[in-house]
Design a protein around this ligand. Structure first.
Ligand SMILES: [Fe+2]
Length: 540
């Protein structure tokens, strides 16, 4: 039932039954508010010296991730004082934590349970790989430490390999705490989604300070929470600060997440390890794993961590989750880059040779309706020049690594031709702008055949409040790029409804992330039909 040893179903009584909760009430309970966040950020109670915990250790919530047909990873981290360096726990003590998984939110039918150890070496985090579950089902899970019970999380297993159910998922990127509230996460928590893909910049390393227009920052944050991140303790504390946000907690609590990172989980615009501070990078990677619902194979070894992996969703979809950040060659020095020279060097790579080989082997391996890659950056070719100016490209997207980009498109074209791939879609983030593009077979020929679609999620908060003047200026990109269907600077995220016949993308947007009560609505919708590369023309 579980890989954990030293526990069995018979030796562990079920937790005391929680209050009856209906499914509807469970979903409704996802609605929270960050408005009162300034409340109790100050630590108030400490763990007892003998390892007892007086205060609630489940302050930063629960999460689940990387669903499989027979299981899911469940996560929590003990933190009675989430913004204290030692989380309010004894640095010499480990803590036994019991967990259970049920088919109902009242935990009447518990189907898996066990215990695990939260140790100071892993910042008291728990990463429990629950197996033995049934495919395509909702499950509820919770943890217990001493007499403290965690919030209840809802999760879902992936469907059976030979089934093809409809799929409803979200994808998002770029959560800048000081720039605004995460009410789009509140919206996501209320959408009854199968899974959330988070595509990088879960947090930013910048100092937490009050911006003229942004989130209201508590005046009494502990000193170690505030500065530019550099040490393991500081990275850990930043995750705690984020996870105290009730909207983000709820979004984790309501569905499994599949995560990959971009640069800001470590430092802005980093590349291969040639020029990095490897100790700082190791600290950033370690804190990331400790705080995310990721399995052991994703645990970093020093400054390396293997995050690229595959998520199967029956015969409906395959997601190749990529890491375009860790192995990329240094960006070209010129920004924006002209359409020539270094950008086209075939030796420069955005994925690194090993990941590129892995992707070539994984992609199209299973007969599915929809092949997605879930990755960080804009994959489509995008001329960023002003009207009538010579063509230029951003060096930090796939365009900055044109040979890599072309190899990716060749991989898609070859598999389409061999009918090993039926439909291709790249999901991205990073640019703090919603871009919707058709993908062409040849990066140098805008008239070449269509091979799929690319869509970047808006930022959760990094683009700050919507500016209609800046947005109007951004429309130059549509005039300069025939394949670009949409360019929009709202904050938000994307929902993707997948059936056998089509995909429908709904871009969920919010006007003011500096206000916790700004409503979230659908800004635009786009459709892709099975077997027809590119977006359907009539998108509105
Ligand atoms: Fe970002």
């Amino acid at each position: 039932m579980t890989r954990l040893s030293g526990s069995s179903k018979s030796s562990l009584p079920s937790f005391r039954t929680a209050d009856p909760v209906t499914r509807r009430r469970f979903l409704a309970a996802a609605g929270g508010s960050a408005a009162g966040l300034a409340f109790a950020l100050r630590p108030t109670a400490r763990a007892h010296a003998d390892g007892r915990i007086r205060a609630d250790p489940f302050t930063i919530g629960v999460a689940s991730g990387d669903p499989r047909p027979d299981g899911v990873l469940i996560w929590t981290r003990l933190a009675p004082q989430p913004l204290a360096v030692d989380a309010g726990l004894s640095p010499k003590s480990s803590y036994q934590v019991r967990w259970e998984v049920a088919t109902d939110e009242r935990f009447r039918t518990v189907v898996a349970r066990g215990s695990a150890t939260a140790s100071p070496e892993e910042s008291y985090s728990l990463h429990v790989d629950v197996t033995g579950l049934r495919p395509g089902r909702d499950y509820w899970y919770r943890f217990r430490c001493r007499n403290h019970l965690s919030p209840v999380g809802r999760t879902r297993t992936a469907p059976a390999p030979d089934s093809a159910p409809a799929l409803r998922f979200a994808f998002a990127s770029c959560m800048n705490y000081r720039a605004g509230y995460f009410h789009t996460m509140r919206d996501a928590a209320e959408q009854d989604l199968d899974v959330m893909f988070f595509l990088g910049d879960y947090l930013y390393e910048y100092p937490i300070e009050q911006l003229p227009v942004g989130r209201r920052i508590a005046a009494d944050l502990p000193a170690e929470v505030v500065p530019m991140l550099a040490t393991l303790d500081q990275y850990r504390l930043r995750y705690a600060l984020y996870k105290l946000d009730p909207d983000l907690q709820n979004a984790h609590r309501m569905m499994p997440w599949v995560l990959t990172w971009d640069d800001h989980e470590f430092v802005n615009d980093y590349e291969t390890d040639a020029r990095d501070d490897l100790d700082r990078r190791a600290a950033a990677y370690r804190a990331y794993w400790e705080n995310m619902p990721l399995r052991r194979p994703q645990r970093p070894r020093g400054s390396d961590a293997r995050l690229y992996r595959r998520i199967d969703w029956g015969r409906t979809a395959q997601f190749d989750v990529l890491d375009t950040r860790q192995y990329r060659d240094p960006e070209t020095a010129v920004s924006p880059a002209p359409d020539e020279g270094e950008r086209r060097d075939p030796d420069r790579t955005v994925l690194g040779a090993e990941q590129e080989r892995w992707l070539a082997d994984s992609f199209g391996r299973r007969p599915v309706r929809w092949n997605f890659v879930a990755q960080q950056i804009l994959m489509a070719r995008l001329n960023t020049a002003a009207d009538d100016q010579p063509t230029v490209f951003s060096p930090g997207t796939w365009d900055g690594y044109q040979a890599s980009q072309q190899r990716m498109f060749d991989l898609v074209s070859t598999n389409l031709r061999r009918q090993q791939v039926r439909n291709f879609c790249s999901l991205g983030g990073d640019v703090h702008c919603s871009y919707v593009s058709d993908l062409m077979a040849d990066t140098l020929d805008p008239e070449s055949e269509l091979i799929g679609v690319d869509i970047t999620s808006p930022s959760i908060s990094s683009a700050q409040d919507f500016d209609p003047v800046a947005n109007e200026k951004r429309q130059v990109r549509r005039r300069m790029n025939a394949s670009l269907r949409w360019a929009d600077l709202h904050c938000g995220y994307d929902i993707c409804d997948v059936t056998a016949e089509r995909i429908r993308f709904d871009i969920r947007v919010v006007d003011k992330v500096s206000r916790d009560d700004s409503p979230v609505s659908t800004g635009a919708s786009f459709t892709v039909e099975d077997g027809v590369p590119g977006y359907v023309d009539d998108h509105r």
